[in-house]
Design a protein around this ligand. Structure first.
Ligand code: HEM
Length: 412
């Protein structure tokens, strides 16, 4: 690891997000950035902010948006060349995450009702049943990632949307592959694979849309098809990309909430015991897991007009990266931030973002996390790491999404 007192901000950032050793525990590197370079311009051009207040401000301020990305510039291509190489690019950008108002406002209103806390509470018994079905198959040694954390979120969002089980298994590796497009450093070859996978997911969603047009049911897909058919509220491209994004957004992130959260409990047996003894802490425990080891480490916005970020001039077309993992350990906001405390009360972490793009699935993800940890701790009096010092679970190589490839535990 580099000498943190001497390293340049660029080096600290690369170590925290890209270097396997740094990624194992990026939090001291984030702390160095937060104190010494709370806002800086990287050698590649984008600006990076690390403190909670700056991240929150950038994410919330209407002078920043998501819709003006120009990835072709970073790759030395023209816009026309980009669209020729990635024919599905433009239509797949019509999803919530990439839209600015007024389109964002219109589309978000159409889907928001399906994800309110009240709607999610009605789903909770189903989530408990699905979790128990997965846990029924648990043997003494299990990989929590593949056997629980991946399976549950995809089943829940698949059922809500109405994506049949047979398709979910086929789509899961494709969605995973498509997420590599979120990596700001992805090469053109990597984008070929990631965006190609995204196109296949979209094609499958188009197939499901056609099926629901012919035979509507009471799932979310049928509802959105009906909205699209009813007139000028939702275009076909928006329908396809929104459904594909809803399906994808839900599972790698929630998978990592479950995996990172369980790892935090295993690393802090006193906190696991405390949660077992007092299940009323499940709500704050899940918030703390989100804060402690955020499934999304980096978010971003693009200035719509020229302005200042922590004293740095930013212009339209540029990108500002917000380091959520660093913001969540900011001592200006969280007391004793490097202490994992399942009873912590206070400000919400920035793990679900902030502002108009605040995670649509936050209530769903929280409910899934609470149910999973409740059922795990209730059903298994013993949950222990099945690794030794040399084989600690490693972090998957994505700078944006933080999670482990596998997490082997003994349950009894
Ligand atoms: C622990 C799990 C999750 C985490 C950490 C997470 C994180 C995030 C973050 C950070 C954003 C904001 C992006 C931005 O500011 O630009 C976001 C947006 C979004 N999330 Fe999640 N998410 C999770 C689960 C889910 C689930 C279960 C769904 C299911 C539908 C979902 C759907 C979405 C959608 C549709 C957006 C875009 C919202 C918009 O642009 O208006 N997420 N999520």
């Amino acid at each position: 690891m580099s000498d943190m007192t001497a390293a340049e901000p660029d080096e600290l950032l690369a170590e925290a997000l890209l270097d396997p050793e740094g990624r194992a525990d990026p939090y001291p590197l984030y702390a160095a950035l937060r104190e010494r370079a709370p806002a800086f311009r990287t050698a590649q051009g984008p600006v990076v902010v690390a403190r909670y207040a700056d991240c929150e401000w950038v994410l919330r301020d209407p002078r920043f948006g998501n819709g003006t990305a120009r990835p072709w510039e970073r790759h030395g291509r023209t816009e026309a060349e980009w669209h020729e190489r990635f024919p599905g690019y433009a239509r797949n950008r019509r999803a919530l995450l990439f839209l600015d108002p007024p389109d964002h406002t219109r589309v978000r209103r159409l889907v928001a009702k399906a994800f309110t806390s009240r709607t999610v509470e009605r789903l909770r018994p189903d989530i408990v049943r699905l979790t128990d079905e997965v846990l029924d198959r648990f043997d003494r040694t299990v990989d929590v990632i593949s056997d629980l954390a991946l399976a549950l979120p995809i089943t829940v969002i698949g059922q809500m949307l109405g994506v049949p089980e047979s398709d979910r298994d086929e789509l899961q590796p494709l969605v995973r592959a498509s997420l590599a497009a979120l990596d700001p450093g992805a090469t053109l070859d990597e984008l070929d694979v990631a965006l190609g996978a995204r196109d296949v997911v979209s094609e499958r969603m188009e197939g499901l849309i056609a099926e629901r047009r012919a035979h509507p049911t009471d799932d979310l897909l049928s509802h959105l098809v009906h909205v699209e058919e009813a007139g000028d509220k939702l275009t076909l491209d928006e329908l396809v990309s929104t459904i594909a994004q809803l399906f994808a957004a839900g599972f790698e992130t929630t998978t990592n909430l479950i995996g990172n959260g369980l790892l935090a409990l295993l690393d802090h047996p006193d906190q696991m015991a405390r949660l077992r003894a007092d299940p009323s802490l499940l709500g704050t425990a899940v918030e703390e897991m989100l804060r402690w080891d955020s499934p999304v480490q980096v978010d971003s916005r693009r200035p719509l007009v020229e302005g200042d970020v922590h004293g740095m001039r930013v212009r339209p077309g540029e990108t500002v990266f917000t380091l959520l993992g660093a913001a969540n350990r900011d001592p200006r906001i969280f007391s004793d931030p490097d202490h994992f405390d399942v009873g912590r009360d206070g400000p919400a972490p920035l793990s679900f973002g902030s502002g108009i793009h605040y995670c649509l699935g936050a209530a769903l993800a929280r409910a899934e996390g609470q149910v999973v940890f409740d059922r795990l701790l209730t059903r298994f009096p013993v949950i222990e790491p099945a690794w030794t010092d040399g084989t600690r679970p490693v972090v998957r190589p994505s700078p944006v999404l933080r999670g482990r490839a596998s997490l082997l535990v003994h349950c009894a």
